[in-house]
Design a protein. Structure first.
Length: 279
C-alpha cells in the first residue's frame, strides 16, 4: 500500500506542475479533490474518499489526466472498505457461533432411521422422548439448516383448527398464519388435529415468546371453533429456544454469504489496483 500511495502522490504532484497554467480554476479545484481523496484513503476514511471521487467525476469530467489518476485511488478505497467489512463479518460470525453453541446445549438431534437425515431436526432435550402427536399442545423445532417450525396438536376438543394464537393477560395476542386443511401439513387422524407451521407462518409467535414477560400465557387453537388452554412453561421454552437457535443459525449463514461477497469484492479491487498501476 505504501508503494501505491507513493506512486499516486507522485502522479498528483506531476499533474499540479504540468497543468499549473492551463484551465487553472477548474484544474486546481479538481486537483484539490484528487488530493483530498488520496488523503482520505491514506487515513482509512474510505467512504469519504469514494464520495469525493464521485464529486470529481461528476464535476470535472474534462480533466482527463486527473480522472486517470483517480482510477487508482478508487480501488484502493474499495480494498480498504472490503477488508473492514470482512473483519466486521468475522467478529459477528464469532458472536453468533458462540450463541449457537450455547443454545445447542439445550437441544438434541432427533433422527428417524426410516426417513433418513433429510428429516432430522433439533428439539429441546426435555421433549425428545415426548411425542407431540396424540396430545394437545405445541412444539418448537429447528432443522440443521436453521429452518424454524412449530407443530400444533389438538386432541382435547375437535375444532378443525387452521391456526394458533398466543395471548397474554394484558390482552396482547399474536397469531400464526392460517393453514387450510390439506391432509398433509394440516391433517386429522384418529381424533388428532395436527399442523406443521413453517417459519414464515409462525415467526411472529417465536419472536414474541422469545421476548415476552414471563406470565400466564394462553394457547388457542382456532378453526370452526376455538379451544383455549394455558401454555405450559416447557412448551413455551420449546418454541422460544427453537426460534432463538434458528435465528442464530440463519445469521451465521447470511454472514458466511456476505463474507464470500466481500472476498470477491476485495479480489476485484486488488486486481484493479494492479492494472491501474501499469497505466
Amino acid at each position: 500500500m505504501s508503494r501505491i500511495y507513493a506512486i499516486t502522490a507522485t502522479a498528483i504532484s506531476t499533474l499540479s506542475i504540468l497543468f499549473g497554467c492551463t484551465s487553472k480554476s477548474n484544474h486546481e479545484l479538481a486537483l484539490q479533490l484528487l488530493q483530498q481523496a488520496d488523503t482520505a484513503v491514506a487515513t482509512a476514511n474510505y467512504n469519504y474518499a469514494l464520495e469525493i471521487l464521485d464529486t470529481l467525476k461528476a464535476k470535472y469530467p474534462e480533466e482527463i489526466d486527473i480522472q486517470r489518476t483517480a482510477i487508482n485511488i478508487r480501488p484502493r478505497a474499495i480494498e480498504g472498505i472490503s477488508i473492514r467489512q470482512i473483519e466486521q463479518t468475522d467478529s459477528l460470525q464469532a458472536l453468533y457461533s458462540h450463541h449457537t453453541d450455547s443454545l445447542m446445549a439445550y437441544f438434541t438431534t432427533h433422527h428417524n432411521k426410516e426417513l433418513g437425515h433429510d428429516y432430522d431436526y433439533y428439539i429441546i432435550k426435555q421433549l425428545d422422548n415426548s411425542d407431540i402427536f396424540g396430545k394437545t399442545g405445541i412444539q418448537g423445532r429447528v432443522s440443521p439448516s436453521g429452518e424454524f417450525s412449530i407443530i400444533s396438536s389438538l386432541t382435547a376438543k375437535p375444532v378443525r383448527h387452521t391456526q394458533i394464537s398466543i395471548s397474554a393477560p394484558n390482552g396482547q395476542t399474536v397469531e400464526s398464519a392460517k393453514i387450510t386443511y390439506d391432509g398433509e401439513r394440516n391433517y386429522r387422524s384418529s381424533g388428532t388435529e395436527t399442523i406443521t407451521f413453517i417459519a414464515a407462518e409462525c415467526d411472529t409467535i417465536g419472536s414474541y415468546l422469545s421476548s415476552a414477560p414471563d406470565s400466564q400465557l394462553k394457547l388457542s387453537f382456532i378453526g370452526d371453533k376455538t379451544y383455549t388452554m394455558p401454555l405450559s412453561k416447557i412448551e413455551r421454552r420449546s418454541v422460544e429456544l427453537a426460534w432463538q437457535l434458528a435465528y442464530c443459525i440463519n445469521q451465521k449463514n447470511k454472514l458466511a454469504q456476505q463474507r464470500q461477497l466481500y472476498e470477491r469484492q476485495l479480489a476485484l479491487a486488488r486486481d484493479q489496483i494492479a492494472r491501474t498501476m501499469l497505466d
